[in-house]
Design a protein around this ligand. Structure first.
Ligand code: HGY
Ligand code: MN
Ligand code: MN
Ligand code: MN
Length: 391
C-alpha cells in the first residue's frame, strides 16, 4: 500500500526514513499528497500552518468528517508511522466511491505538518498551531540543529511563515476527526485482532536539560581540576531509568548534543532531551522535578512540549469499536504515543483513532512493520467508519 511513496526520504543504507518537516523529502511528499487529491478530483487546500486538506464536498456548508495523519518521520523512522494513516484515508474514500455512497457530510483527508517534532523539537506542530496550543511567536523562533528558524525554513519552502497561528476558520471545517495509525506497541497481537480503537493517550512531555561545565584539555587537566558536564549528565540518565521504574512511567533520553564536540577536550556543554510518559500525570511531572534537583549543580531544565492526558470521546470510541468489530467490538486500547488526534480532541473536536496491528510493536525504527492483510483490514474498517459517520 505504501509503495508509491516508499522511496521518498528513504535511507538506502538502513531502510529508515529521513522526512524532516519542510525538508526536500517533505516537499516531495506534499506533491504526492496533491497528486492523490487531484487524481480523485478533491479540493486541495494548504492552511496557514502548512497542513494539507483534500475535500470531497464543501466544508464551509457544514463541518465535515476528516481522516488522515502525517507524512513526516522521526530520523531513521519506519515506513508506516504517519503515512499509513494518509494512504488509508485516500483508499477509504475510494471504497466509499466504489460503494456509490453519497456522503451527507463533506469528507476530508488531512496531512498535518511536522507531527514528530524531529526538526524543531515540538511534536504535532501543525495541529498545535491550528488549535492555538502553540503560539506563533514561539513556533517561528524555534530552531533546528543547524540553527535555522522555522520562519527561515518555511520561507525557503515558499511559504508565508508570519501567517502561522490559530486558524479557527479551518478548525471549524472539522466536525469529527478519525486518525488511522499503525499501532506502536503490540496489544493487538495479544488480542489477536487486526484493528483496534484508541481509548486514551497518556500524558507526555519533552524537557531539555543543559549541563554546563568548563571546556578544557583532555590530556593536561588534572581530574581534581575538572568541571566536566558529562558526569552529571550520565548520572541523570541512570537516575531517570531508576526513577521511572519506581514511579511506573517511562523515561527516555534519545537525543544528546555535546558542545563543542572535540574528542580531545572536556566539553563545555552537554544538552540532553528527556521524554517522559505515563498514565499517571503527577508521576510524570514529579519524575522530571526529581531529576532537575538530582544533578547537583542543577542543569538548566526547559520544558519543550507538554500534552496532558487525552481521553477520547467515549460515545464515538464505542461507536467505532462496534462498526469495526461487528458482533465482537474491536479492542479499545490506551497508547503512550502522541498524535494529532489527541491535539484535536484536547481542542474539543470529537476525535478518534484506529490502530492497525503491528506484529512486533516496534516503531520509530526502520524495523517498524505491519502486514498487508492488516493494513487492508484497516482501510475497510476506516471506510466503514466514514460511511457510518457520514450518514
Ligand atoms: O512521539 C510520539 O509519540 C509520536 O509518535 N509522535
Ligand atoms: Mn511517531
Ligand atoms: Mn505518528
Ligand atoms: Mn499521529
Amino acid at each position: 500500500m505504501l509503495e508509491p511513496l516508499a522511496h521518498i526520504g528513504r535511507d538506502p543504507a538502513t531502510g529508515g526514513y529521513l522526512r524532516d518537516a519542510w525538508s526536500d523529502a517533505d516537499l516531495e511528499l506534499r506533491e504526492w499528497f496533491a497528486g492523490e487529491a487531484a487524481r480523485r478530483g478533491l479540493d486541495l487546500r494548504e492552511d496557514r500552518n502548512g497542513n494539507l486538506w483534500a475535500w470531497w464536498g464543501d466544508p464551509s456548508r457544514r463541518p465535515g468528517v476528516v481522516t488522515g495523519s502525517h507524512l513526516d518521520s522521526v530520523r531513521q523512522g519506519g515506513a508506516f508511522d504517519g503515512p499509513l494513516g494518509v494512504v488509508s484515508a485516500f483508499a477509504a474514500l475510494d471504497i466509499l466511491k466504489n460503494r456509490e455512497i453519497v456522503p451527507d457530510r463533506p469528507l476530508g483527508v488531512v496531512c498535518f505538518t511536522d507531527e514528530e517534532g524531529a526538526r524543531f523539537g515540538v511534536p504535532c506542530m501543525g495541529s498545535r498551531l491550528l488549535t492555538g496550543v502553540l503560539g506563533s511567536d514561539r513556533a517561528l523562533g524555534l530552531t533546528d540543529d543547524d540553527g535555522a528558524t522555522l520562519a527561515e525554513v518555511m520561507t525557503r519552502a515558499g511559504r508565508r511563515p508570519y501567517d502561522v497561528g490559530r486558524d479557527d476558520e479551518t478548525l471549524a471545517t472539522v466536525g469529527t476527526f478519525v486518525e488511522l495509525h499503525v499501532e506502536q506497541g503490540r496489544a493487538l497481537v495479544d488480542h489477536d485482532r487486526p484493528v483496534g480503537v484508541a481509548s486514551a493517550i497518556w500524558p507526555h512531555g519533552r524537557w531539555r536539560f543543559d549541563f554546563r561545565g568548563r571546556a578544557d584539555h583532555a590530556g593536561t587537566t588534572r581530574l581534581a581540576d575538572r568541571d566536566d558536564p558529562m558526569l552529571p549528565f550520565a548520572r541523570v540518565v541512570l537516575a531517570a531509568r531508576e526513577a521511572a521504574e519506581r514511579r511506573g512511567v517511562v523515561a527516555t533520553v534519545g537525543k544528546v548534543r555535546v558542545s563543542p564536540g572535540n574528542a580531545n577536550a572536556i566539553p563545555g556543554l552537554v544538552s540532553a532531551w528527556l521524554d517522559v510518559r505515563g498514565a499517571d500525570e503527577r508521576a510524570v511531572r514529579e519524575l522530571v522535578a526529581e531529576l532537575a534537583r538530582f544533578s547537583g549543580g542543577g542543569p538548566d531544565v526547559r520544558e519543550e512540549s507538554w500534552t496532558p492526558t487525552v481521553d477520547f470521546d467515549a460515545a464515538l470510541r464505542d461507536r467505532l469499536a462496534k462498526v469495526v468489530g461487528g458482533d465482537t467490538p474491536a479492542p479499545v486500547l490506551p497508547t503512550g504515543a502522541g498524535h494529532d488526534a489527541g491535539i484535536l480532541a484536547a481542542a474539543g473536536v470529537p476525535s478518534a483513532m484506529l490502530f492497525v496491528r503491528n506484529p512486533t510493536g516496534v516503531s520509530h525504527s526502520p524495523d517498524e512493520h505491519a502486514e498487508r492483510a492488516d493494513c487492508e483490514a484497516g482501510v475497510v474498517a476506516l471506510a466503514d467508519v466514514l460511511e457510518d459517520l457520514c450518514r
